[in-house]
Design a binder for this molecule. Structure first.
Ligand SMILES: NC(=O)C1=CN([C@@H]2O[C@H](COP(=O)(O)OP(=O)(O)OC[C@H]3O[C@@H](n4cnc5c(N)ncnc54)[C@H](O)[C@@H]3O)[C@@H](O)[C@H]2O)C=CC1
Ligand SMILES: O=C([O-])CC(=O)C(=O)O
Length: 331
């Protein structure tokens, strides 16, 4: 499997590449970035890391299955051989040092629109593959990329799975449970319009109800914690660890048959074969016929195979509608 990370010299892109390479050394990774020196440096450093990730020395047959990590400029994307099976987009404009407020994702919109348009042009040079957009604000820019690319909508996804981990963490704290026992999917906007689907909450497999105050506390935590992290660590250091782990989870789910570690991600005891929530263009699902929002999707190596329409509580539907209104206002 070959994954191209567009904006691969970025903090997030390089961390995703590192996590992928050290989780599954059979994957070929190409860092595509105009910052070719930095991309080269990440590629070589990550290549060295894969030596430790495998218990070396391995035999020649196993070594032959290992992939490579390399760096290229954007104009070389169409010539990659083999062509990528998946593109991850982390290209972004530099953020100011004070980009740690809750409106920081929105503040990126104007500058990153132009970059996403450029990425669309780069991607036009290859045949359609699934594209996972991380560039913020993801719901608006996933739609923008899809609009510019004119690829089937099944191919285009925005990454928002970190919310699920943050939600589980806070529910775990509030209920004195281990976060790993918490299943609570998260729909809506990657931002203020986040919609944890409390009607589907299970803890240790048991349906569980939170109070209104607890629900509000969870939403508030999910909205604010990424910016608390950025404020304490510096704007150049976004939530790289949860993001890269979540992206690997998406890829393992999407390419279940083809990664050497296999995909147990979507089928755990607490969430048997449940879909994952990612942002994707909507065409009537949940009553919305434009824009992108995170909704439950099932995945194949081609992208989205199905957008699943869950029965939602009235309050969840209302919150989803508000998120949709906010997102489409910026299209
Ligand atoms: N969806 C999510 O959960 C998360 C999203 N993000 C977002 O990911 C994006 C990247 O963040 P950082 O890693 O901090 O960025 P960064 O500032 O470290 O790197 C951006 C990279 O994009 C490259 N780039 C610029 N224009 C390009 C183009 N036209 N084509 C290809 N590459 C180009 C730059 O050379 C640079 O290497 C931001 O928009 C950030 O908000 C960050 C964390 C989580
Ligand atoms: O806003 C950021 O830079 C980080 C982000 O999206 C997240 O961690 O969810």
């Amino acid at each position: 499997m070959h994954i191209a990370v567009i904006g691969g010299a970025s903090t997030i892109g390089s961390t995703v590449a590192y996590t992928l390479a050290t989780t599954d050394p059979t994957i070929d990774i190409t860092l595509v970035d105009p910052a070719t020196e930095a991309a080269w440096a990440h590629a070589v450093d990550i290549t060295h890391a894969t030596f430790h990730a495998a218990t070396t020395p391995v035999d020649g047959d196993r070594a032959a299955s290992f992939g490579t990590v390399r760096a290229v400029g954007p104009d070389e994307l169409p010539d990659l051989d083999p062509a990528p099976d998946l593109a991850i987009v982390t290209a972004a404009a530099p953020r100011p040092d004070d980009a740690t407020d809750r409106d920081a994702r929105e503040a990126e919109l104007e500058a990153n629109r132009a970059i996403v348009d450029d990425v669309a042009e780069q991607l036009q040079g290859i045949d359609p593959v699934p594209v996972l957009v991380l560039t913020n604000p993801i719901d608006r820019l996933t739609y923008r990329l899809w609009d510019r690319l004119a690829w089937p909508r099944e191919r285009v996804l925005g990454y928002s799975l970190s919310e699920t981990a943050r939600t589980a963490h806070e529910i775990g704290r509030l209920t004195d449970s281990h976060p790993a026992t918490v299943y609570c999917p998260v729909m809506g906007e990657h931002g203020e319009g986040v919609v944890p689907v409390f009607s589907r909450l299970r803890i240790d497999g048991e349906p569980t109800t939170l109070t209104d105050d607890q629900r509000a506390a969870v939403r508030e935590y999910v909205r604010s914690v990424p910016f608390e992290i950025a404020a304490r660590r510096g704007a150049a250091e976004t939530s790289r660890w949860v993001t890269s782990a979540g992206v690997v989870r998406v890829i393992r789910t999407m390419f279940a048959e083809r990664t050497s570690t296999g995909a147990d991600a979507a089928a755990t005891a607490n969430a048997p074969a449940d879909p994952v929530c990612l942002s994707t263009p909507l065409d009537g699902e949940y009553g919305f016929d434009d824009g992108c929002l995170s909704v439950p999707v099932t995945l194949t190596p081609s992208g989205v195979s199905e957008i699943v329409e869950w029965e939602l509580a009235d309050e969840e539907r209302e919150r989803l509608a508000a998120a949709h209104e906010s997102v489409v206002a910026d299209l």
